[in-house]
Design a protein. Structure first.
Length: 357
């Protein structure tokens, strides 16, 4: 039996839509559920805030809605939170002008100042209040990149202290048509070795042959110290997922992203979480191959090489998700779902670990 709560419901608390969930457990422990609060519509542009709810009882109930990051009437989105070993919570995210649509950015029709730029802020009081945001675009975005997004979902602090934030970008088309649409999604990593004071780029996976298009990526540190990456693949490769490993904390990849046909999913974001006891790598995503529906947890006992179905949540519409370890006995799943559409709510589900093993 799983326990369910609904921290965010479309059309409530001043927002037309809630999208892009991310969840972390602080050292208290408190659960912090983040998402985008979209004021006027469900569109990916416009007036968007990063909103937050806190739970002090493991996700059974939630406190009042807070605005963690605001860009006035413009966009603050793609929350990538991480809890550091000091207890500080970092929130890496992107900001853009409300009018900067994805299509216009991909065509190179948005001024750089209005496009997708990268910011970070922090909380030292368990998510109650947040620092002023600091821009880090120059450290982590190369000139010429068009679309840019920090991973939907949580970021990581590795066992050695390095902070790792998955991200993706697009490259402009080659040739003389500067107004052409960027075609290829590409992946990269934001890395910090001083707990978020300064940042630099890790690996780049810029595959322009159309076989693997690295898009929204999620990451987990395996027990042997390698970092496992799993990504949405917007290309004709087998299946809609691809994966890779890094042996140096995200600086480089052992091999470039390759298809992971063992994970049936539609084109959609997903989440991974490494459990230490038991030693299992978990993956959450819809399991219908063509539609955003059938939220399912898959498990791997070999670092992502092979996968099995651990738990099918239900057969309803479902889309983006994020996983968190709540306590010794419980994993939490924060995900988009609804009775008739995937974006009606962002729901939290407590999953007993024994159901996954």
């Amino acid at each position: 039996m799983t326990e369910v709560s609904t921290p965010f419901r479309a059309g409530h608390e001043g927002y037309a839509s809630f999208r892009i969930p991310a969840v972390v457990a602080t050292r208290r422990p408190t659960l912090l559920a983040f998402c985008e609060g979209r004021v006027a519509s469900a569109a990916d542009h416009g007036h968007i805030d990063i909103v937050l709810k806190r739970s002090t009882d493991g996700g059974r109930t939630w406190g009042p809605l807070q605005v963690a990051a605001s860009n006035g009437t413009n966009l603050a989105g793609n929350p990538a939170p991480v809890v550091l070993d000091t207890g500080r919570i970092l929130l890496v995210h992107v900001r853009a002008a409300a009018s900067a649509t994805e299509a216009a950015i991909l065509r190179g029709q948005v001024k750089d100042a209005d496009g997708r730029r990268v910011w970070v802020q922090h909380s030292d009081d368990d998510g109650r209040t947040w620092s002023r945001p600091k821009e880090i675009t120059a450290q982590v975005r190369k000139p010429g990149w068009r679309w840019y997004a920090t991973t939907p979902g949580h970021a990581l602090q590795l066992s050695g202290g390095r902070v790792l934030v998955p991200a993706n970008h697009t490259l402009p088309p080659t040739g003389t048509d500067t107004g052409a649409e960027a075609r290829y999604n590409s992946g990269h990593r934001l890395l910090s070795d001083d707990r978020g004071e300064s940042w630099y780029l890790g690996y780049l996976d810029e595959n322009t042959d159309g076989y693997i298009n690295v898009n929204e990526t999620t990451a987990a540190e395996l027990p042997d110290g390698r970092v496992y990456f799993n990504t949405r693949n917007d290309s004709p490769a087998p299946g809609n997922r691809a994966d890779a490993h890094s042996g140096d904390g995200g600086r480089t990849l052992v091999k470039r992203f390759r298809p992971q046909a063992g994970l049936t999913a539609p084109v959609c974001e997903a989440s991974v979480l490494q459990l230490r006891d038991p030693d299992l790598l978990l993956f959450s995503a819809p399991a219908d191959p063509a539609y955003r529906a059938l939220m399912t947890i898959r498990a791997s006992a070999d670092g992502g090489t092979t996968w099995r179905t651990a738990l099918t949540v239900d057969g309803l519409p479902a889309a983006y998700s994020d996983l968190v370890r709540v306590d010794t006995d419980t994993v939490g799943l924060l995900y988009e779902t609804g009775d008739f559409g995937a974006y009606e709510t962002i729901t939290f589900r407590r999953l007993p670990v024994h159901l996954l093993t």
